[in-house]
Ligand binder design. Structure first.
Ligand code: ADP
Length: 853
């Protein structure tokens, strides 16, 4: 801006000077200057502002002819005092006032300073103020510097300018100018000491001109300006011309004016001008540099836009050739990420761009972007689910499991109503192969959602759930987010398998991390360490599975709704085998139903003699084996189908029938049948006890846990108190308690009744029939308290050929969950006390203090 105005001003000035020069050629040594008025209220006006306000009249040099006359007025009349009405004193501030120049004032300002009635040809005294603020209507000697310049108003132009031609310098002797009072003014002329070496001055002027021309060469109108500079006739003239742009203050300006010696004044001006040149050069250099930088930036942006546009066109024409970086760019745009994720992804993409695909970190950055943009960030719409249809899907895929199916239908109904996830976290607990995982798949099908299974078995580190921070070498996302990515949606049904196999280590507690994943209050902003941005898990339907509740951390278990899978009866297994498993096995090897003919009797036999399990995994394996044999048969061209009867199983399955865990034929004192619940379902077990010669020591074998050992102590105390006359046996002998199948660890309180009856049988020498099995916790009072896993235990009892089962009275309600076919085959006797149990086992017991007859 500043430079443009300078250029305009100088152009006009050149024009004016040309005319003037032509007319006044004879007037040698005349110095005129274009100056400007600095608004009074602005103080020592910043030169920039001043430049903005500088204006020049179009016909500014029409006055040119009048300069000569002005000079006549102030002819060198030595020591002649002047003063009087015709003279006006005009105070100026921060202007370069030099003798024999032309100075321009804005008319309004000029009138304020010189008075409203000023006219052309009025004589003036330009006096330099000490301070910027002064009352012009009452001006006194003290307020101005002693050296001033005389002048004549040469023109008051229509354009709003007053042109003043200056003459000699004068010294002010007296000054008092007050409104309504006659002006008191006494001055003495001051003469320049003409000590300038004209030759040297001419050379210096030329040097200055060269410098100035070099400077203006950087501006747009450099040539015009250079021509104009050529016309400057003295350094004083140059100083006056540059006045508005000089960064020197009022005092410094006056200092130039008051110097008598022309040589010194010229030197001062020279210095000021060179300073101006240097400062301007630096400023323009910096500005040019800045401009260049900006230009480069704009150019780059424009080019980038063009490249983007062209790239887009190309991408559309050849979608198969879209570059990886571009692919990420598109994926970031389209993924529907939240703000934080988008920011992070863009940041990483920019890093990858800067790094280049061969950079050190490129692989890591690539993997990260691939992962983040591979996730689905969009909220899926909640579909309305047809309950009947869902029910149909569930029952088509799975046989039995009535309770589980009912609960799932409730869940779906709630989700339909609330149009969102129902808050409960489901935990399916049961033996392997009871369909926990596969029903998760059916639920996904019924809900019309994607299914994903995440195994938590063996997870020890928090990082397995929550991911590694990206700073780790080989960092990976946690299993949860990995599962989400595999599902490709934001609302899959996620089965978290084996939560009971989670264990904590020094690397943090994975259960706590899992809790955060599952907690509906927090999981809408789950932040995987690898991703480092929050992800909304609130639409995911989590289903956890476990074989046993014992090892699930309590805080986690508290949040879950436990749904028990009890294991199947042989009848159920038969149906599952026939309706589902065989079909699956056939499909697995690419056979049709007609290729394998399996008789019902054979299937029953596989279940009874070739598997021993609560679920159906073993059964599925056996059927798979049969189907593979059929496949070989078919491929070898031995026939279209194989028939499998009961008698072929030994050969086809290539294994001996499993030793059936059946109850013993005969009972022996001290040995009683118990019922246990293990991770693989129910089992029968024997509690064996024996006295050996000794001194009252207790020896327990069979890998019994602490709780079970305590149950043994309770049993001993109870038996001692119930049979006081036999108590000495415990003192005189060592007691050995053993629970066979020694390799399997056993624990829990439910063997309390069995241990007590076994010891009672031992001390009384009365055998209990092995076909009576029992389960129940016992208190020192002799009460039988409730236990868990009753259905599995009863099923195991039935499988093993037990006829009668003693159960705690408080567990009677659980019988509802026991399949009818099991209940039909067993005599189930609820008991409240140990005494009742003994009675039913026919152990003769006499209450202390009661005489027997
Ligand atoms: P879990 O998760 O309880 O260990 P799975 O879900 O893996 O058991 O089940 C093992 C196999 O048995 C699967 O092929 C499953 O389809 C089948 N299965 C289990 N229960 C049933 C059932 N009630 N009806 C049909 N198939 C079943």
């Amino acid at each position: 801006m500043k430079m443009n105005q300078l250029v305009d001003a100088l152009k006009k000035w050149i024009r004016g000077r040309k005319e003037e020069a032509e007319k006044k050629e004879k007037k040698k040594g005349m110095i005129s200057a274009i100056s400007r008025e600095i608004p009074k209220e602005k103080g020592i006006a910043a030169s920039e502002k001043a430049v903005e306000e500088v204006h020049f009249p179009k016909d500014k040099l029409e006055h040119a002819g009048k300069v000569e006359e002005a000079l006549k007025v102030f002819s060198k009349e030595k020591n002649k005092e002047r003063g009087g009405q015709a003279m006006r004193v005009v105070p100026v501030y921060n202007m370069m006032i030099l003798p024999n120049s032309t100075i321009y004032f804005q008319i309004d300002n000029f009138r304020t300073l010189a008075g409203k009635t000023v006219e052309e040809e009025d004589k003036l005294l330009l006096a330099v103020l000490h301070k910027n603020e002064v009352d012009t209507k009452a001006l006194h000697k003290e307020e101005v510097y002693p050296v001033a310049v005389e002048g004549t108003i040469k023109e008051i132009s229509q354009d709003g300018y007053a042109v003043v031609a200056t003459g000699n310098r004068v010294s002010i002797e007296e000054l008092s100018q007050e409104e309504g009072q006659p002006l008191v003014l006494k001055t003495n002329p001051l003469y320049d000491v003409e000590d300038l070496n004209q030759e040297e001055a001419g050379r210096k002027l030329n040097e200055i001109k060269e410098e100035l021309k070099d400077l203006v060469g950087r501006f747009h109108a450099g040539k015009v300006m250079a021509g104009m500079i050529e016309r400057h006739k003295s350094i004083q003239e140059v100083g006056c011309v540059l006045s508005p742009w000089l960064s020197i203050n009022n005092e410094e300006r006056y200092h130039v004016l008051q110097e008598d010696r022309l040589s010194v004044r010229t030197k001062m001006l020279e210095q000021i001008i060179y300073e101006y040149i240097e400062v301007t050069k630096v400023t323009t250099d910096a500005r040019t540099q800045q401009q260049e930088d900006y230009q480069k930036l704009y150019k780059e942006q424009a080019l980038q836009k063009q490249i983007d546009y062209l790239q887009k066109e190309l991408d559309e024409m050849h979608p198969e050739k879209v570059s990886d970086l571009r692919k990420f760019e598109l994926r970031i745009e389209e993924a529907g990420m939240n703000e934080t994720a988008k920011k992070e992804a863009t940041k990483i993409l920019n890093r990858l761009k800067n790094e280049g695909t061969n950079g050190q970190e490129a692989g890591m950055l690539y993997d990260y972007l691939d992962f983040l943009t591979g996730l689905s960030w969009k909220k899926e719409e909640q579909k309305e689910i047809d309950l009947d249809e869902a029910e149909k899907i569930l029952s088509e895929d799975h046989f039995g499991l009535k309770k589980v199916k009912e609960r799932m239908i409730q869940q779906i109904a709630v989700m339909n109503l609330k149009k969102q996830q129902s808050g409960s976290i489901l935990l399916f607990v049961g033996a392997p192969g009871t369909g926990k995982t596969s029903i998760g798949k059916s639920i996904a099908k019924a809900l019309g959602r994607k299914y994903v299974r995440v195994s938590l078995g063996g997870v020890r580190d928090e990082a397995d759930i929550r991911g590694h921070r990206r700073t780790y070498l080989g960092a990976m996302p946690g299993r949860i987010m990995d599962g989400i990515q595999k599902s490709g949606v934001s609302n899959p049904v996620m089965v978290l398998d084996e939560v009971d196999k989670l264990s904590s280590s020094y690397n943090g507690d994975p259960a706590a991390a899992l809790l955060e994943v599952l907690d509906p209050e927090q999981n809408n902003t789950f932040t995987d360490h690898y991703m480092n941005v929050p992800y909304d898990l609130s639409d995911v339907l989590f289903i956890c599975t476990a074989n046993s509740l014992d090892t699930i951390p309590a805080p986690l278990l508290n949040r879950m709704e436990v749904i028990q899978y009890q294991g199947y009866t042989p009848r159920e297994k038969f149906e599952i085998g026939k309706r589902h498993l065989l079909k699956k096995s056939l499909k697995g090897v690419g056979l049709q139903a007609e290729n394998v003919e399996l008789t019902d009797e054979a299937l029953e036999n596989i279940i009874s003699d070739y598997t021993r399990e609560a679920g159906v995994r073993g059964l599925k394996k056996r059927l798979d084996t049969l189907c593979r044999i059929a496949a070989v048969h078919l491929v070898k061209g031995k026939g279209e189908k194989i028939s499998v009867g009961k008698e072929d199983l030994r050969e086809y399955l290539d294994m001996n029938p499993l030793h059936r865990r059946e109850v013993k034929e005969e009972g022996k004192p001290g040995i009683v049948t118990g019922l246990a619940w293990t991770a693989v379902g129910g089992e029968i077990l024997y509690i064996e006890s024996m006295f050996t010669k000794g001194e009252g020591k207790l020896n327990i074998t069979g890998q019994l846990g602490d709780v079970m050992k305590e149950s043994a102590q309770i049993a001993i105390s109870l038996v001692k108190s119930m049979f006081p006359d036999k108590a000495k046996l415990f003192k005189e002998n060592d007691l050995h308690i053993h629970v066979p199948d020694g390799a399997t660890p056993k624990d829990g309180p439910s063997a309390g009744i069995t241990l007590t009856i076994a010891l009672a049988s031992l001390v009384t020498g009365q055998a209990v029939s092995p076909r009576i099995a029992m389960t129940g916790e016992v208190s020192l009072e002799g009460l039988v308290n409730p236990i868990g896993g009753l259905p599995e235990k009863l099923m195991a009892a039935e499988r093993a050929g037990v006829k009668t089962v003693l159960i705690p009275k408080a567990n009677e309600d659980d019988l509802r969950d026991v399949p009818d076919e099991v209940k039909e085959k067993l005599q189930i006797l609820p008991i409240k006390t140990v005494e009742e149990g003994m009675e039913l086992c026919e152990i003769h017991y006499v209450k202390p203090g009661v005489e027997t007859v």
